[in-house]
Design a protein around this ligand. Sequence first.
Ligand code: SF4
Ligand code: SF4
Length: 66
Amino acid sequence: MPDIRAVIDPEKCEKCDKTLHCPAKEVCPAQAIEREEDDEPYFVNAYCQGCGKCAVFCTNKAIRMV
Ligand code: SF4
Ligand code: SF4
């Protein structure tokens, strides 16, 4: 596990109009972001490599690196 990893704030995630499209998910090189249902927030699992791409591409600044 890297020292830094991504976390998603469900309150800020706009769920991208409840479609399955998520720019942050699409740029993740580790397939670390998953989505269970259309109306559920995304989450980051143990595959996160800490690269920070998802935080840059998230449309609503819902992802931060900690
Ligand atoms: S890009 Fe950001 S705001 Fe949009 S669905 Fe993904 S995590 Fe949520
Ligand atoms: S920090 Fe990088 S590896 Fe981790 S979830 Fe975001 S894009 Fe994927």
